[in-house]
Ligand binder design. Structure first.
Ligand code: C6P
Length: 416
């Protein structure tokens, strides 16, 4: 049985750092924020890092020969060190700041894809990908004529690897897959798939948007070629994300965006690109968001990613138990032991949007819709689902409030 005493961390220790979690909505309902897969909330420490930077250290980076620009540059580069430390990147210049997961994947598709993929090649994805890890590859296919293949999923939301021998061939140039499904919560077997892909000479891109904020990451032991994620899903500001790439691969890739910072020299008849990471950071980068992301990483590391992981799994197990007891709920995705902190579900006889609206009236924020995974919903034979997604600051009591709110929603629809 899950009780507060058996949990790997005490969320109450952290909740007071999050001003927004003290908000009452709809007059007297304490906000229960269960939409963390969409974006998380920020602690005072991150907000203060942003204020401090703007108040004391702000100037453009890598440009000025003045004191303030040096300060700003130091803080920005310190943030890169923190990212490298978090994901265990070997070299700082393997960490590229982007504006988020979406822009990181587009960078790889445009730069690496256009230079390396042709009409006889295939890109292997999975049926559980977010649109951000489908559409850039569809666009690459439109430009180059390459084929897209998809690893299917089982009915309970795990990858079905039984046809890998047919799907992964010498034509496969890249396998791009999510570490954790943003709908099913499924944790994918990355090491195994990366090994298999490398055995066939394919590179691997990991969409780590839903894993980096919640569990340990190690790009070196994974042997990932590309690894991408967003700051706003891990308490950082929006507008900053990361592309990690292996040095040898990034070195060979042409620049994607052109402009200031990404050049060593410009003549009227051409340019020479700068070294990594500047080659892929054209224009003024997301300076303050990156510094805020650094503060978020400090905060995450002070708790410990593996504790956060264990805690969220306990919350999900508890949520499953309570929802099963409630009845009338169909879960999407696998059993809790294969899941990160995401519970997507259908309520018998109630549309997903109505569920979310009725929960909102009781102060509970969940997401409803296709969660930017329309092909996955089509595969599951549904148009929409409701999703509760957790972070380390959520409590067992909040799960109870959520389940109780669902019970009221069910009762309301039964009366109709
Ligand atoms: N998923 C969700 O509610 P951006 O928007 O670039 O920061 O992240 C895109 C993205 C890519 N991959 C995965 C697995 C994701 O979950 C997301 C964002 C949010 O599920 C917003 S749609």
């Amino acid at each position: 049985m899950t009780t507060t005493a058996t949990l790997p961390l005490d969320p109450e220790k952290y909740r007071e750092d999050f001003p927004i979690l003290q908000t009452d909505i709809h007059t007297d309902k304490r906000l229960v924020y269960l939409d963390n897969a969409a974006t998380t909330q920020r602690p005072k420490q991150v907000i203060q890092a942003l204020v401090d930077t703007y108040e004391k250290h702000y100037a453009n980076v890598h440009r000025g020969i003045h004191w303030l620009s040096d300060q700003s540059t130091d803080l920005f580069e310190e943030a890169r060190k923190k990212v490298a430390r978090l994901i265990r990147a070997d070299r700082l210049h393997e960490v590229i700041f982007t504006t988020g997961t979406t822009s990181s994947i587009n960078l790889v598709a445009r730069s690496w894809g256009d230079a390396n993929v042709g009409p006889n090649d295939t890109i292997l994805l999975t049926e559980m990908e977010h649109h951000s890890n489908i559409v850039p590859w569809q666009q690459l296919s439109q430009r180059t004529g390459c084929q897209l293949e998809f690893i299917p999923i089982t009915d309970d939301g795990l990858l079905d690897l039984s046809s890998m021998d047919q799907l992964l061939t010498e034509r496969t140039k890249l396998v791009a897959l999510t570490a954790v499904s943003n709908v099913l919560g499924t944790i994918n077997p990355l090491s195994q798939l990366i090994r298999q892909a490398h055995d066939h000479g394919a590179l691997v891109l990991i969409d780590a948007a839903q894993s980096v904020p919640h569990m340990d990451s190690n790009v070196q032991s994974l042997d990932a070629d590309f690894f991408v994620f967003s700051g706003h899903k891990m308490m950082g500001p929006s507008g900053v994300g990361v592309l990690y790439g292996k040095e040898a691969i990034l070195e060979k890739m042409p620049p994607f965006l052109g402009g200031g910072s990404m050049i060593r020299r410009v003549r009227l008849d051409g340019f020479e690109p700068a070294d990594l990471p500047a080659k892929f950071e054209a224009g003024t980068p997301p300076i303050v968001p990156a510094i805020g992301l650094g503060a978020a990483i400090d905060y995450l590391e002070s708790i410990g990613l593996s504790r956060i992981d264990q805690y969220e799994r306990a919350l999900v197990t508890y949520a499953h138990e309570q929802l099963e007891e409630l009845g009338g709920i169909k879960f999407l995705g696998p059993a809790p032991e294969h899941k990160a902190g995401i519970v997507s579900f259908l309520v018998d006889g109630v549309h997903a949007h109505d569920v979310a609206q009725l929960l909102d009236r009781q102060g509970v924020a969940v997401r409803a819709g296709h969660h930017c995974a329309m092909p996955l919903h089509k595969r599951l034979g549904i148009g929409a689902s409701s999703r509760a997604s957790f972070y380390f600051y959520n409590t067992l009591n909040e799960v109870d409030v959520f389940v109780d709110a669902l019970k009221k929603a069910q009762a309301l629809f039964r009366r109709r």
